[in-house]
Design a protein around this ligand. Structure first.
Ligand code: DAH
Length: 344
């Protein structure tokens, strides 16, 4: 009897080892452990034995059963693994190959330049202030000493909203919002989006970015403005770059000026980029008009201040040699990918 069972297990082992598919295994299981299997048949014959013989006999059958089950389980694992290998063609894997780097995004050139500008001014002791893109007449015009009939208030220039608000046309709104909330001394910059009803062309876009700067304290002079401009130009574009201011007009500054830096392309000798003038326009500036202080309840006898607004697109275009402002807003992936390495 024992011999017969040993034979059976041996035969089962050979057959199970020969199984290649899950189906083969199912058949083998039925054959060796199923209702019509030899083992089951032997179980049925237990009643022919005397009660004393039965336990030892039962034990032997159970042992064989456990062995066959173990054999089936081992082979089943192997068959599954083989199927996975075949499926995924795993045999062609080269585990020593370096991994494929997953692609990371990069920053938009305007973001890179804005962050650089932030850093320059932070290093000079400025803080960063923010204001809303959707603002109102008071902050965008009235408090900036802009007359009611000033052309910039026109629908042709300013996007008005149905609720009476507007999309700010300049970050100078943040000067007002800062002076409303904080008493001098003030030393802030405020980078942000501005909106104007302009047709897109190589140097205009209905959405663009400015960085506003405002310094208010006792004894602030025009010299502080030109000095700050020169420091900014040197850090941003290099020590050799010069700067100057020219008289201009803005309602909220007196005197007002436009700021230039010497051409970073030709060094000032004249080229296509600076239209042979040797200078590049950076934005508007001036000494805060005492009227603005008066509107906001700041003592204009005690305090003076300077302010300026820089165009971020202009700086990005100069820095990266981008000939048309629209390129910065079309977001062509081929253009954007060139800035991927410039992560900050
Ligand atoms: N807001 C002006 C503009 O958009 C630029 C400007 C001029 C900002 C003079 C200033 C300033 O802070 O003092 O054209």
């Amino acid at each position: 009897m024992q011999e017969q069972l040993k034979e059976l297990v041996k035969q089962a082992e050979t057959d199970i080892q020969a199984c290649v598919t899950a189906n083969d295994l199912m058949n083998a299981k039925a054959q060796y452990l199923g209702k019509k299997s030899v083992l089951n048949g032997l179980f049925a014959r237990m009643k022919e034995l005397s009660p004393e013989e039965r336990p030892a006999f039962g034990n032997m059958i159970n042992q064989s059963r456990t062995q066959i089950e173990a054999l089936l389980e081992i082979r089943s694992k192997q068959v599954k693994e083989q199927a996975w290998m075949n499926n995924s063609n795993a045999s062609s894997y080269d585990l020593s190959m370096p991994g494929i780097e997953s692609s990371r995004g990069g920053f938009h050139p305007l973001t890179i330049v804005r962050r650089e500008i932030d850093e320059v001014f932070l290093s000079m002791g400025f803080e960063i202030a923010e204001g809303p893109d959707i603002d109102d007449d008071f902050h965008n015009f009235d408090a900036l000493n802009t007359p009611a009939d000033h052309p910039s208030r026109n629908l042709a220039d300013t996007f008005y909203l149905e609720n009476g608000g507007l999309l700010r046309t300049q970050t100078s709104t943040v000067q007002i919002r800062t002076m409303e909330r904080y008493a001098p001394p003030i030393r802030i910059i405020s980078p942000g989006r501005c909106y104007r009803n302009d047709k897109p062309d190589p140097s205009h876009s209905p959405v663009f970015h400015q960085v506003e700067a405002l310094v208010v304290d006792k004894g602030i002079s025009l010299g502080d403005l030109t000095d700050t401009l020169q420091q900014f130009a040197s850090i941003m574009f290099g020590k050799k770059v010069g700067s100057r201011i020219r008289p201009h007009f803005f309602p909220f500054t007196e005197p007002s000026a436009e700021m230039d830096i010497s051409c970073v392309v030709c060094g000032g000798s004249g080229c296509r980029v600076c239209k042979n003038s040797g200078w590049l326009e950076m934005g508007g500036a001036g000494m805060v008009d005492p009227n603005v202080f008066d509107i906001l309840g700041i003592d204009s006898e005690l305090y003076t201040g300077f302010a300026f607004g820089l165009g971020i697109e202009r700086i990005a275009m100069l820095k990266y040699n981008i000939p048309d402002m629209r390129i910065l807003f079309e977001n062509d992936l081929k253009m954007l990918r060139q800035f991927k390495g410039e992560l900050r």
